[in-house]
Write a protein that binds this ligand. Structure first.
Ligand code: PMP
Length: 408
């Protein structure tokens, strides 16, 4: 046997480099992860994923959010197959779209209506466009460092972006009331809206939950200026609560953007909004060839029903907290300084004295080699498929990873 033979992952990377720019693009590039992480996967089931070389991992990324009930959830698969047999891409939507909008209007306090698209970026962009259409104004306030998508008005990567694309964006600092007030002041009588993430989940930083006083002030300022408060719930939506993440701090936005977990891995995004924006929303021309696809909507109805039935956010909180407690105990035992931030369902684990993320990377690679897929910089995601046994398995791996770190 040739021990030097390329792995299936290496072979696929070589093929990909010939026909795909850079071999891979976007946030799922393995090049953005430490060496040793696979680029290509074969399958997923529950909270497990298998790479193309047949290695199994407990998955703490859930496809960067979408797989909230776990991969290949039987109820979602059944709904998908039933809808697939009837039709997916038709000349218009099916009854599934109305059912799904009804679910969202029932679950989400601020939601009087919903419209649908495919990706989180579609939803945030629609929210911003709608805020401008409804107010007839231009300025959008967005938190510095926050991610709202990958098109010119919001991408964190400047290549191909013109100054004009960002001309009417004003930055504030998340959770900083003074900076928000200054940004509102700077917008003057041209303020269309304020966009805020569910909590501060910037890449490579400790996460920060929303300060209720900050959220209330954002609401108050938008009310005073008759501007639109937009919640970007794309990443956090349905993991913390089924009622919109700022419901937890007692603040209702005018508009919310949703995607990721809404259809357990099927391509779907939604915008929900208050009644006073209904007319403006009806006038907006937002559309796409695949935006009415019935299969993702059937998946979403099944996903939301199941999350509600099992109280998914609570289950994910419990498993997340179990993992967090275990990591804290192991770090203390190993004498390694770690910071765990964000809601337990979406944890970020960063290491002290680790500006270049080398400790975090080493830790994650050690865990990966023991069958646990973590991320060294980005927040992670729990699903309702994670069980106590999976957390125990993961904590065995992280115990060994801490030991390896402590050994230098
Ligand atoms: N907003 C937030 C908060 C996100 O996390 C993301 C995706 N990471 C987006 C918007 C964009 O979503 P998508 O990648 O589906 O376009």
């Amino acid at each position: 046997m040739n021990m030097q033979a390329d792995t299936a992952d290496q072979k696929l990377r070589a093929r990909a480099r010939r026909v795909i720019p850079g071999g891979m693009f976007g946030h799922m590039r393995a090049a953005g992860l430490p060496a040793g992480y696979p680029q290509f996967f074969e399958r997923g089931e529950g909270c497990h994923i298998w790479d193309v070389d047949g290695r199994r991992y407990v998955d703490f990324m859930c496809s960067w959010g979408p797989n909230i009930l776990g991969h290949k959830h039987p109820l979602v698969t059944e709904a998908v197959q039933r809808q697939m047999a009837a039709g997916d891409c038709l000349n218009g939507p099916t009854e599934r779209m109305v059912e799904l909008a009804e679910r969202l209007v029932r679950l989400v306090p601020h939601a009087d209506w919903a419209l649908f698209s495919k990706n989180g970026t579609d939803a945030t962009t629609t929210c911003v466009t709608l805020a401008r259409a409804a107010t007839g104004r231009r300025k959008i306030l967005a938190a510095r460092g926050a991610y709202h998508g990958a098109v010119p008005w919001c991408t964190p990567h400047p290549l191909g972006v013109t100054a004009e694309d960002r001309a009417h964006l004003i930055e504030y600092v998340y959770n900083d009331i003074g900076s928000l007030e200054a940004a509102v002041e700077a917008a003057g009588d041209d303020l269309a809206g304020v966009i805020a993430s569910a909590f501060r989940h910037d890449y490579g930083f400790d996460q920060e939950l929303p300060d209720p006083a900050f959220a209330r002030r954002a609401r108050q300022l938008c009310d005073e200026k008759q501007a639109t408060l937009i919640l970007d719930d794309v990443r956090a939506g349905f993991r913390l609560t089924l009622h919109g993440s700022w419901d937890l701090v007692g603040v209702q936005p005018d508009l919310s953007a949703w995607s990721k977990a809404i259809a357990n891995g099927h391509a779907l995004a939604a915008v929900t909004g208050k009644d006073h924006l209904r007319d403006a929303a009806s006038g907006l021309f937002v559309t796409g060839s695949f935006w009415c696809g019935a299969v993702p909507m059937a998946a979403a109805v099944a996903t939301l029903d199941e999350l509600e039935r099992i109280d998914g956010p609570r289950l994910m909180w419990e498993m997340g907290q179990l993992f967090r407690d275990g990591i804290a105990a192991q770090a203390a035992e190993a004498g390694v300084g770690v910071r765990q931030s964000g809601p337990p369902q979406m944890p970020t684990i960063l290491f002290d004295d680790d500006a270049d993320f080398s400790k975090g990377s080493r830790f994650c690679v050690e865990a990966l080699q023991r069958g646990v897929y973590l991320h060294p910089r980005h927040n992670m995601f729990f699903s309702t498929a994670h069980t106590v046994a999976d957390i125990d398995f993961a904590l065995e791996a992280t115990r060994a990873a801490f030991a390896a770190l402590a050994d230098g």
